[in-house]
Design a protein around this ligand. Structure first.
Ligand SMILES: [Zn+2]
Length: 412
């Protein structure tokens, strides 16, 4: 079923017809760029109200006289870009997606998955966020009580950071299983976890030394808490990430989709802050990955093996994001794991406020270079591909917390 409505831009009076394929997840934020004045109209799609489109700053009407602009709105699927000569194929976002982009099987699996996610979200989401807050404040007594009451009544009640972080990571594993694919869990999260802990289990003293070295640069406990906070922020926005969760079912995490697909659940401004915070976290935490991997391979966390330009872990920790990324590129296991999530050129473009976003075609232009000769050179990424990277960052933050919790467990 498709529902429609007309939203009239309060700035320029452009009449924009919205077409929405009814889905499962409501309410969801939507951002619609006005073709005429360029403003981004911000609203929500809801169910069980007379009008499905709620735009507090615009006028919404059901009177369908000639619209100036037509936009497909989807809350959980990406939208095929309108091709002028194929208007019929984009009648609804849902119909537009198969047989071209996703198979019936993929869409069916995705629907089952988001139904499960939705039922978790409705019944447990607030309890989970409360649990995160109790953890962030290190209220172990209340944390354990709340965990027992709402999630698992068979846990041990040991009021320590180490124990509670293991409990939280194991709960988050279940939550993230609702969002990541089995392939991703196996080929990314479990693979790197096993790489890092294959032979490190019985190296308690060396792991202790590693943690002391890392703690010269970052406070591992504070980072863990920061990571929980970032996961909370991601989960608050998780409904808006559903179109890229569907993309992840393709199990190709370096592919870009923006040539063909759009997204209406995000605006670039919201996403760029999430990207920067998550990027900085992963960039700092990558030192733990390197320390464990060096210890695993060379039995010495300072030994970077064939990466000759990096003489020890302290050297790595002291580098800026761009150089860290260059060093990661030379380590195949970590390079395959982090992929584009630590793209420091996008990070620099955003950080130096050198990005332009074209809302109409959803292209982000970024200027990654500082030197006067190259400063006007830009690169481009589509909004949907940017959101896909941010989703992958969030999965990696969860996995980083799992890796830290294991480290603490082994050295206690
Ligand atoms: Zn307008």
């Amino acid at each position: 079923m498709t529902i429609s409505g007309i939203v009239i831009c309060s700035t320029c009076q452009q009449k924009i017809k919205l077409r929405h394929q009814v889905g499962t997840i409501y309410p969801v934020k939507v951002n619609i760029p006005c073709d005429k004045c360029g403003k981004i109209l911000k609203g929500e799609v809801v169910r069980d109200k007379e009008c499905a489109f709620q735009f507090p700053y615009e006028n919404v009407t059901m009177e369908f006289d000639n619209a100036d602009q037509v936009v497909s709105v989807s809350t959980e699927l990406p939208i095929l870009k309108e091709k002028t000569n194929q208007v019929t194929s984009t009648l609804t976002p849902f119909l537009a997606l198969f047989p071209g982009y996703f198979t019936m099987q993929e869409l069916g699996d995705f629907t089952a998955k988001i139904n499960e996610f939705d039922s978790f979200y409705k019944s447990k989401f607030n309890s989970l966020i409360t649990l995160f807050e109790l953890f962030e404040n290190k209220n172990w007594f209340y944390f354990l009580n709340h965990l027992k009451e709402n999630f698992d009544d068979e846990i041990d009640e040991i009021e320590t950071f180490e124990h509670c972080s293991l409990m939280l990571v194991s709960l988050n594993e279940n939550v993230f299983n609702l969002l990541r694919t089995k392939f991703y869990k196996k080929e990314f999260d479990d693979k790197i976890f096993n790489e890092l802990y294959k032979n490190n289990h019985n190296k308690k003293e060396k792991l202790k030394e590693l943690k002391i070295e890392i703690e010269k640069y970052i406070n591992v406990e504070d980072e863990f808490i920061k990571g929980i906070n970032l996961l909370g922020q991601f989960l608050e926005n998780s409904k808006s990430f559903l179109p890229v969760v569907l993309l992840s079912s393709k199990n190709d995490f370096s592919k870009s989709y923006g040539e063909d697909l759009n997204i209406t659940t995000f605006d670039f401004n919201e996403l760029k802050h999430i990207f920067i915070e998550q990027f900085e976290f992963l960039s700092r935490i990558s030192s733990i990955y390197f320390g464990l991997l060096n210890l695993e391979k060379e039995n010495d966390f300072d030994n970077f093996g064939t990466i000759t330009e990096c003489n020890n872990l302290s050297f790595y920790c002291n580098r800026d994001n761009g150089i860290k990324k260059e060093i990661i590129k030379k380590e195949p296991i970590l390079n395959d794991y982090f992929l584009n999530t630590l793209n420091s050129q996008i990070r620099n473009g955003i950080g130096h406020l050198k990005t332009n976003f074209n809302a109409k075609n959803q292209i982000i232009q970024y200027f990654p270079y500082k030197s006067p000769v190259k400063k006007d050179r830009f690169k481009e990424i589509y909004l949907i591909d940017f959101a896909f990277i941010i989703f992958q960052q969030s999965l990696k933050i969860h996995n980083s917390l799992r890796i830290i919790a294991k480290l603490n467990e082994l050295i206690k």
